[in-house]
Design a protein around this ligand. Structure first.
Ligand code: NAD
Length: 292
């Protein structure tokens, strides 16, 4: 079993970006500037946004955190989005999801200017992705592709089973892996909560990308020997013995599945850090595209 060390690869990517940023600075160019909008005080969202901002600092990006109260109206958030669209200093920004229930997420994401949409969630960017055009690829699937590429995982013609059809992970990764290119050219089956006999599909899979968010969902008897496993799931399981009061786990019964797998991502330390690295990569791309 080989571990697909997302933390290590993410650090390599950040180091590469930091070198580019240092060169930009040396040439007197503007450095990339990422903004993050956070509405409310959801624990996981605070953690994610905090580590995005810290990563910006580490690699020399400028960053702005726009932290709004839980009771912010949809109108006020749309106004903030319009300001960020118009602010020339900001190269790209994200609106951290989930938003409070009284705000229509779709409406907000549609208002983000596609050129600054470094999460790749706007229909213009998602459509371009599906059509193999230059765009911003959503950070989590982008991170999975980069991890597969950097570990030279053979995907061509391989039967890949994706579990979960969300707009931010399952759907885009199924599109990307079926396209032409490195870490792609796979034969993809997209499965979801209405799929019948899922284990018959996973047992035949060469590669499994699991993105459903159910701890220990993927068991050893559901996979074949030599499978490649990408565990996207992140669930906080309450645990009074832990300092934080919870521990983080993925979708895969890691201890039992790992011995059968040729390659597997850990949780934490797999796809999660890659997601942040690729958000930074998209922000660098946004700066470069605005410069040209
Ligand atoms: P989601 O929570 O929006 O949806 C879950 C998906 O799982 C749905 O498409 C549903 O059809 C499918 N599903 C549910 N039960 C199923 C079953 N029994 N069999 C097959 N499919 C089933 O999905 P999401 O937003 O992609 O999140 C999935 C997990 O990935 C969560 O744990 C989330 O925290 C995590 N996540 C991690 C990262 C990262 O950076 N590592 C990024 C995004 C999401």
């Amino acid at each position: 079993m080989n571990l697909l060390d997302g933390k290590k690869i993410a650090n390599q990517i950040k180091d590469e970006i930091a070198v580019q940023v240092a060169e930009m600075k040396a040439h007197g160019e503007k450095v990339p500037h990422l903004a993050a909008v956070l509405v409310g005080n959801d624990g996981a969202s605070l953690t994610y946004v905090g580590s995005k901002v810290r990563s910006c600092k580490r690699i020399g990006f400028e960053s702005t955190l726009v932290h709004l109260p839980e009771e912010t109206s949809e109108e006020a958030l749309l106004q903030k989005v319009a300001e960020l669209n118009a602010n020339d200093a900001i190269d790209g920004y994200i609106v951290q999801l989930p938003l409070p229930k009284h705000i229509n997420e779709e409406k907000i994401l549609m208002a983000v200017h596609p050129d600054k949409d470094v999460d790749g969630f706007h229909p213009t960017n998602f459509g371009k992705m599906a059509l193999d055009m230059e765009t911003f690829i959503p950070a989590t699937p982008f991170g999975i592709m980069e991890l597969l590429r950097r570990y030279d995982i053979e995907t061509e013609g391989k039967h890949t089973v994706v579990i979960g059809r969300s707009h931010i992970v399952g759907r885009p990764i199924s599109i990307l892996m079926s396209q032409k290119g490195k870490a792609a050219n796979a034969t993809v089956t997209l499965t979801h909560s209405r799929t019948k006999n899922l284990e018959e599909l996973t047992q035949k899979a060469d590669i499994i990308v699991s993105a459903l968010g159910v701890p220990d969902f993927l068991k050893a008897d559901m996979v074949k020997e030599g499978v490649v496993i990408i565990d996207v799931g992140i669930t906080r399981v309450p645990d009074a013995t832990k300092e934080k009061g919870y521990y983080i786990t993925g979708d895969v019964d890691f201890d039992k599945v790992a011995p059968k797998a040729s390659h597997i991502t850990p949780v934490p330390g797999g796809v999660g850090p890659m997601t942040i690295a690729m958000l930074l990569k998209n922000t660098l791309l946004a700066r470069e595209r605005r410069q040209n």
